[in-house]
Design a protein around this ligand. Structure first.
Ligand code: MN
Length: 238
């Protein structure tokens, strides 16, 4: 790792609005929200929400979405960038960052996952989504799980059995799809994760993601979430 100067300039200042408004001062690396400021320092950024807070109603209510995006997700962004500055962390891609998760402080690890996972989560949902996938996604799912129904069952099981806070995932590893889950804000790109691979679909099963509307009924949240899955986005990730 190399030392990065001028950290003070960027510490904790990244917000979706700033990213959108300033634009030219930040260079987004891929679609993940890992970004470089004009001094060459890499930080995590909050991607703009690709729809309005209420756009995924009734599956996900507007208040949950607003709090999730403006409070939870925004806090992960501030906290990871504080950690990057304080600890002089200088990984230049999110892939490198997560591949070294075992060397990160708890603050850097938890909050970096928090930023990335939510940037990803917003993208894999859309209004009027859902239904059954087609094309390469359908082929990959049928090849790995036998049928879309079996795939849904297995993914739902992963989401339901993740004890406490965490994420359910579909990952691609060597061209093969796998289903699993991670605790807290860990993700399958972290060297610490039991489930490894490139995420192609993910579901936030923290209580903050569903409690206002569904209370303890995680099963109803998961069942309704299928109606807003953005299969077009999943297709691009295969
Ligand atoms: Mn969340």
């Amino acid at each position: 790792m190399k030392k990065i100067s001028r950290r003070d300039f960027v510490s904790g200042t990244l917000k979706a609005t700033a990213l959108t408004a300033v634009g030219s001062s930040m260079i987004l690396d891929s679609k993940t929200g890992f970004a470089k400021d004009r001094f060459g320092a890499y930080q995590f950024a909050q991607m703009p929400l690709p729809y309005t807070y209420g756009a995924l109603e009734p599956s996900i209510d507007a208040m949950t979405m607003e709090i999730h995006y403006t409070k939870h997700h925004a806090a992960y962004v501030k906290n990871v960038n504080d950690a990057i500055a304080a600890e002089n962390i200088a990984y230049v891609t999110e892939k490198e960052f997560f591949a070294n998760a075992s060397k990160l402080s708890a603050k850097a690890r938890n909050n970096s996952g928090g930023v990335w996972n939510h940037n990803f989560f917003w993208q894999v949902m859309k209004p009027n989504g859902g239904g059954a996938p087609s094309g390469n996604v359908a082929e990959a799912i049928n090849g790995a799980f036998g049928s879309f129904e079996k795939f849904k069952e297995q993914f739902t099981q992963a989401a339901m059995t993740r004890f406490g806070s965490g994420w359910a995932w579909v990952v691609s590893e060597g061209g093969k799809l796998k289903i699993g889950s991670t605790p807290n804000q860990d993700n399958p790109m972290m060297d610490t994760a039991d489930l490894k691979g490139v995420p192609v679909l993910g579901l936030d099963v923290w209580e903050h993601a569903y409690y206002l509307k569904y209370q303890n009924k995680r099963n109803e949240y998961v069942a309704n979430w299928w109606k807003v899955v953005n299969w077009d986005d999943v297709a691009k990730r295969l």
